[in-house]
Design a protein around this ligand. Structure first.
Ligand SMILES: [Zn+2]
Length: 64
């Protein structure tokens, strides 16, 4: 439970910095600053679904 809370905090902190999004269709990565400049959230390919690209922080959680 504690780990989940920590994870959320980290995610919120990361969002105040630059967050990258990857288009689900073509994989083009755009930053949130670029997206906010656009009239609508849309990829160059026309697709509108993005996934958040986290910074390269790999957490390995293994059940012991
Ligand atoms: Zn795309």
């Amino acid at each position: 439970m504690v780990e989940e809370i920590t994870d959320e905090i980290e995610e919120t902190t990361a969002e105040t910095f630059d967050v990258n999004y990857a288009c689900l269709r073509c994989g083009t990565v755009v930053s949130n600053t670029e997206l906010s400049r656009l009239p609508e959230i849309k990829c160059i390919c026309g697709f509108r679904v993005f996934t958040k690209v986290r910074p390269a922080v790999v957490k390995t959680v293994k059940a012991v």
